[in-house]
Design a binder for this molecule. Structure first.
Ligand code: PBG
Length: 329
């Protein structure tokens, strides 16, 4: 129960000094709370900037090691790999997803060989980096086919697991894919490969800069509303999570982050499962560009990140994760 009465009770008493504020703080962040996304490109010795995301780059495979060295030194538990696929490798079926020499597969292989289990590797399971129409699955008359897409996602998952991926993160929003992927992983000897389900993924304009980063922005036909969630809903989020837990998800993603703190809290309170918040590209872009323009100070980054933690997230996917020393103090 919350009791007390002014003037015998003054909440400002405990806020007066820094030591006292620190003494009673309820939430905090450490580097273990972060997942670092890395964008990959083909070629050699390239570090390419992304217009809408200041200080975020795409790297060729020969340039990723210093970033991973630093992530390990900073004690970041996991990286997330995202490929920028050349247009000529994209087609309507996204077949490049199943090429064992694709960028992501090569990256997983290289990273695992060099770093073993010093850091976790997470990879999206979805076809959008590889399709000529920018959708996450196979399309028929503008509609993304569910069961046909799952068949491809199973193979994409198996391939990534085979390469050494630790955490498969289906971000496609097909119904029933977690169960099917889990089943085929188990059957093929990948019982210990984890699944982080993007169970609660809203159809959001906050993904704009990401699509730019992976090169699907100008290709995307229409929107993703026939598979990603309607941002007017929250009960539906709980149904998605309930299904995915039953199907074998180890962790649950809520995405985007900042506009969906209520959802993070709901999921955590109802299911007691590890919840990961994705501070997505649009959030990053808004924060970083506002700071760059001098409209707000850089503490908005920590404030936003703490709000994700306070609402119940166990960890956060954040494009700031390579600069934590600065942000966390
Ligand atoms: C692809 C995927 C998206 C993001 C992560 N995986 C974009 C989308 O669904 O269109 C967005 C990440 C971000 O905006 O930072 N399935």
């Amino acid at each position: 129960m919350i009791t007390g009465k002014y003037p015998s009770l003054r909440l400002r008493r405990s806020r007066k000094n820094d030591w006292s504020r620190r003494l009673i703080e309820e939430n905090n962040l450490t580097s273990s709370d972060f997942i670092l996304p890395i964008f990959l490109i083909d070629g050699k010795n390239k570090k390419q900037s992304i217009k809408s995301m200041p200080d975020v780059y795409r790297y060729t495979l020969d340039r990723i090691f210093p970033i991973i060295d630093k992530a390990i030194k900073d004690r970041i538990p996991m990286i997330a790999l995202f490929p920028h696929t050349e247009k000529k490798k994209k087609n309507a079926l996204g077949t490049e997803a199943l090429n064992e020499d694709n960028l992501v597969c090569k990256a997983i292989h290289l990273i695992k060989k060099k770093y073993k289990n010093q850091i976790g590797i997470m990879c999206d399971v979805a076809l959008d980096p590889y399709t000529s129409h920018g959708h996450d699955g196979l399309v028929n008359n503008g509609y993304v086919l569910n069961d046909e897409t799952i068949k491809v996602l199973i193979n994409q998952s198996l391939l990534q697991a085979q390469m050494g991926c630790d955490v498969l993160a289906p971000s496609d929003m097909m119904d029933g894919r977690i169960g099917e992927i889990r089943k085929s992983l188990d059957k093929n000897g990948y019982k210990m490969t984890q699944i982080l389900s993007y169970a609660v993924k809203y159809a959001s304009s906050f993904y704009g800069p990401f699509r730019d980063a992976v090169g699907s922005k100008n290709l995307l036909k229409g929107n993703k509303k026939n598979y990603q969630m309607d941002f007017k809903n929250s009960n539906e989020a709980l149904r998605e999570v309930a299904l995915d837990i039953k199907e074998g998800a180890d962790m649950i993603m809520v995405k985007p982050g900042l506009p969906y703190l209520d959802i993070i809290k709901l999921v955590k309170e109802n299911f007691k499962i590890p919840v990961i918040a994705y501070q997505v590209s649009g959030e990053y872009s808004i924060l970083s560009n506002s700071i760059k323009n001098g409209f707000v100070d850089e503490n908005i980054v920590l404030e936003s990140l703490i709000s994700l933690k306070r609402s119940g997230a166990n960890a956060i996917v954040s494009y700031y994760a390579d600069r934590l020393n600065k942000i966390l103090k």
